[in-house]
Design a protein around this ligand. Structure first.
Ligand code: HEM
Length: 219
């Protein structure tokens, strides 16, 4: 019955071809360093799932942000776990993505024909850092407030355009409710939109071109 349904669907959707292309493709004999990209992907999925769950209780206003995070941590069933996974996942994401990039660099895997894979990767790394920066403000505690005050000030000292960047980031001269709303919007809409777009291109290219074999002495 299940086999017939699968064949019926395959005739109409061609899903077997898609499955074979993604999961049954040939890969060269590689080592553990080649799992860093997949590990980054795994943590990215963790961030998306736990992040969506956090938005159910999190309130992005100065009056309620801090309390809502405390509520999630102490009152919501498994809230501490969801928040913990998101919190530590954020650091893991930066470390794994940077190590993945280092692996690609050391193996020379950015060369022809994988330049676009590399460029989309650079974009992904910047987005991951953007997630860290915007997410840090959301608990709206002393550490978050002052870290973002310093972070935006650093952008503010850039020559010529610094002051404008600072104002766009803060939504005014000082940190306020506008800043929190802005960072929240970037954290849950703008950055994820960019991440999913670049990730789709990145993974399409990894599958289309195939991954490099580890360089040998003869190369
Ligand atoms: C969200 C972050 C990222 C995810 C989820 C991700 C995911 C992946 C995956 C699953 C692979 C195939 C397996 C592997 O080679 O490890 C891969 C390959 C690759 N990635 Fe990434 N990546 C990310 C960031 C980056 C960054 C920051 C760079 C470099 C700037 C980069 C450049 C590449 C290149 C050039 C390949 C092809 C490697 C080869 O053919 O050997 N990626 N990526």
């Amino acid at each position: 019955m299940a086999a017939r349904l699968a064949s019926w669907l395959d005739e109409r959707l061609g899903w077997r071809r898609v499955w074979e292309t993604i999961f049954l493709r040939k890969v060269p004999k590689v080592n553990w360093l080649y799992t860093l990209g997949s590990a980054s992907l795994f943590v990215a999925v963790n961030q998306i799932v736990t992040g969506i769950l956090l938005t159910i209780y999190y309130v992005p206003t100065p009056d309620h942000a801090y309390d809502s995070v405390q509520y999630i941590t102490t009152q919501v069933p498994a809230g501490w776990l969801i928040r913990g996974l998101h919190h530590w996942g954020a650091s893991a994401m930066v470390v794994l993505t940077a190590l993945h990039m280092l692996r690609v660099l050391l193996h020379g895997a950015y060369k022809y024909p994988r330049e676009v894979t590399w460029f989309t990767g650079v974009g992904l790394l910047l987005l991951v850092l953007g997630f860290g920066f915007t997410g840090y403000l959301l608990p709206w505690d002393q550490k978050a407030f002052w870290a973002t005050t310093v972070g935006t000030r650093i952008a503010g000292v850039a020559p010529l355009i610094g002051e404008a960047i600072l104002r766009v980031m803060r939504g005014g001269a000082e940190l306020s409710a506008v800043t929190l709303a802005r960072f929240f919007g970037a954290h849950i809409w703008i950055l994820p939109g960019g991440l999913l777009t670049l990730l789709a291109i990145h993974l399409y290219l990894v599958i289309r071109i195939g991954i490099t074999a580890p360089p040998s002495r003869e190369d």
